[in-house]
Design a protein around this ligand. Structure first.
Ligand code: ADP
Length: 500
């Protein structure tokens, strides 16, 4: 086993990985940008090294700097977390060449799955259902593309071969819009990924996003750890995840799990990965892509399987066999995750930055919080505004939902505006409660961003005073007691259970 592992990431995932490494008796080294000098993850590490600069491209995306630090501090392996370098085949290759273990799949597997066209063709080759589409060349006069889109049937989606994070995707309702959409998608993809290849896919109306967690080792074992439903999205980004999905039956789970394992096996997949599918209204599933890394939403799977996926990643990367076989995995109950963002849901989800004057986390039976921040942390403009993940386990979906509402109401963040109230209202929405989910849920259903409509003035004043007293004295806290139309964080909306 490794003695020291370098975590090439920040925020909650760096904190979470450090915990497992330390529990396993390893030393957790890490890196930080200038903006993160005082960040929570730095204080959780055994050793921390600066990456000069602030932007991601100057810091957490600098594979060369990170590898040099790993070499210098004697780390035998690098855990990339998610995002940043986690799906970068060139970085995985650089690690291999430097004799440092990349905790993830091989560069070959990352490459094979990172290209959506290649991944789709591989899926077709092993009989995994894919969304009807066309992966031929979209260069030239687009005559072929027009013919193929007509055959597939509008609406169609133009997607980037190198895509990620919803970039390079365009929805086309009619033939007249095809050329402009293809060009826009090509431009966006070239800018974001340096690769302008795009392909056409049938647009599935009101689908569910259901993904299968897979795991492979270097001894020929590949297993799946059930599904996660991640249909609640905003701009193709997940906000709430759960397992099991409210609609996946045991038979469908077995079928999807088997398809995911088949795909992973054919490419000799090792370590953690996720095979993403969409499920249409008739219950048919179609392969979307493979994410060749640990997912943000992995704790949902950890709670229902009672496995530590990061520990399994480390063991597999060190050459050990998978710590679980398919027959050992007996998932039980239901788990739900909400992503807590520093953003203002009442003002178009604009990111909220500033100092967290006070953080009070909910705790209790079957409640887990993976947080990247603490009281005093600074939320900067440089990185993703996700502050923490709140995850709960229940005997069934209703049990989880009740626990999640309870925990959200006790999650206190003062100083920056968060989506906590929005998440609570979402949990209580009758359509969400009944499990009728699809990826356009948030466009179709109005979910209120706050519950502050009938708050008496005395309560505003008390909340403002409380917030003021808790401020660090530099006056940066709260100037307005009201609901932050001017962008100021509202003490009322961030005070959680204290409102009572
Ligand atoms: P990215 O890698 O950019 O995140 P994905 O292929 O994973 O792209 O798709 C992201 C989201 O876009 C999916 O979760 C789903 O909501 C939506 N999506 C993708 N393909 C389709 C499709 N063919 N029909 C309908 N929605 C789709």
């Amino acid at each position: 086993m490794f003695q020291k592992v370098l975590i090439a990431n920040r925020g909650e995932i760096a904190v979470r990985i450090a915990q497992t490494l330390q529990e396993m008796g390893m030393s957790a080294a890490g890196v930080y940008s200038d903006a993160d000098r005082e960040a929570l993850h730095v204080s959780c590490l055994d050793e921390a090294f600066p990456l000069d600069g602030n932007t991601s491209s100057e810091t957490y995306l600098r594979g060369d700097k990170i590898l040099e630090i790993a070499r210098r501090c004697g780390a035998a392996a690098i855990h990339p977390g998610y995002g940043f370098l986690s799906e970068n085949a060139a970085f995985a290759q650089m690690c291999r060449d430097a004799g440092i273990v990349f905790i993830g799949p091989t560069p070959e597997a990352i490459r094979a799955m990172g290209d959506k066209i290649l991944a789709k063709q591989t899926a077709v080759g092993v009989g995994v259902p894919v969304v009807p589409g066309w992966t031929g060349s979209l260069d030239g006069d687009l005559e072929n593309a027009r013919k193929e889109a007509r055959r597939i049937g509008y609406p169609v989606l133009i997607k980037a071969a190198a895509g990620g994070g919803g970039k390079g995707m365009r929805l086309v309702h009619e033939e007249g819009d095809l050329t402009a959409a293809v060009e826009a998608a090509q431009r966006e993809s070239a800018g974001a990924f340096g690769d302008s290849r795009v392909f056409i896919e049938k647009y599935i109306q009101r689908p569910r996003h259901v993904e299968i967690q897979i795991f492979g080792d270097h001894h020929g074992h590949v297993v799946h750890l059930n599904e996660r439903e991640c249909s609640i999205q905003r701009r193709h980004q997940k906000i709430v995840e759960e397992s099991p999905s409210p609609v996946v039956t045991a038979a469908l789970r077995a079928e999807m799990g088997e398809a995911a394992v088949r795909l992973a096996s054919v490419i000799g997949y090792t370590n953690a990965g996720t095979v993403e599918f969409i499920l249409d209204e008739s219950g048919s599933f179609y392969f979307l892509e493979v994410n060749t890394r640990l997912q943000v939403e992995h704790p949902v799977t950890e709670l229902i399987t009672r496995q530590d996926l990061v520990a399994a990643q480390v063991r597999v990367a060190a050459g050990e066999p998978l710590p679980f076989r398919q027959e050992d995995l007996r998932p039980s109950g239901h788990a739900l995750e909400c992503r807590i963002y520093a953003e203002d849901a009442s003002r178009g989800f604009v990111p909220s930055t500033g100092t967290i004057e006070l953080l009070r986390l909910p705790a209790g039976c079957n409640i887990r919080v993976d947080s990247g921040v603490t009281t005093g942390s600074n939320v900067s403009v440089y990185y993703d505004p996700m502050l923490a993940k709140l995850i709960v386990w229940g005997h069934n979906r209703e049990d989880s939902l009740r626990r999640m509402v309870w925990a959200l109401e006790r999650f206190v963040v003062l100083g920056v505006t968060t989506n906590i109230e929005f998440l609570r209202n979402l949990m209580l929405h009758p359509e969400f409660w009944s499990g009728r989910l699809h990826t356009h849920f948030l466009e179709e259903h109005r979910v209120s961003a706050n519950d502050a409509e009938d708050v008496p003035n005395e309560a505003w004043i008390a909340a403002a005073l409380a917030s003021r007293l808790l401020a660090d004295g530099n006056g940066s806290a709260v100037r307005s007691a009201h609901s932050g139309q001017d962008g100021t964080p509202s003490p009322w909306r961030s005070a959680g259970a204290w409102r009572m």
